[in-house]
Design a binder for this molecule. Sequence first.
Ligand code: ATR
Length: 278
Amino acid sequence: MIGSAMLHAGVMGWPVAHSRSPEIHGYWLKKYGIQGSYERVPSDPSDFETDVHRLRDSGWRGVNVTIPHKEAALSLADEATPRARAIGAANTITFSRSGRILADNTDAFGFIENLKERAGASWRREAPAIVLGAGGAARAVVHALLESGARTVTLANRTQSRAEALATAFGPPARAVEWAGIGEALAGAGLIVNTTSAGMDGRPPLDIDFAAAPADVIVTDIVYTPLITPFLDAATARGLIAIDGLGMLLHQARPGFEAWFGVAPQVDETLRALMLAP
Ligand code: ATR
């Protein structure tokens, strides 16, 4: 930090009103006594690049980037981390002292940190990890699983061609199976991840039959509104370990906060409670 100058960061999206990031960063700024701000920045896609440059030129430290700017954020960056390049999208931008734009993707990090925190070493990496969905979130999760040593990643998506395209993009050990065949694919699984938007508040739930899943499988959802999705509820009803997606949201915020404000923040119970407050 230079002297007592105020440090500025924020989140860019279109729309951006729904973003929970200001609550997370606001909590940490207060907790660590940092003289900084974190603001919502609405940015129309046609103005995105100009807006990023404007923030950089006015001395901001960086921004989170959400829908629909994640691919554009990667394209306009001067440098990108290997994980952002592998995922093909960025959610975190940092402006260097010399004005260079550095792009990162922390979604895969957030996913793995949540899994580590909640399931510890109990995830069986040698057993197939099943990923439901084939959108941008699935891409981050598949990257995270492969980086963490998953021996096989099995992809299933309602629109099968998208699952096949994703499996091809990553190559073996990622492979696609038919959506209708998920039930059988669960036999022997070590991990089952929902990355689809099904089950989110106001949307129809996924109808998954966990009957064939092994007793020690870990089931997790990246949806966190509601905290316990019908998917997690069905897993718990069968006695399986179920991990909610709130931790992924909280942990993915850590690298940006550290880069911009110079403190490595902790995800604590007070923050979790704050995010769950009505
Ligand atoms: P994101 O980039 O956030 O992952 P996305 O690209 O819109 O968002 O992907 C949403 C995912 O949820 C897709 O895999 C989608 O399946 P399709 O490719 O067939 O559209 C999946 N999805 C959404 N609603 C679903 C539902 N009711 N049942 C099954 N899959 C669903």
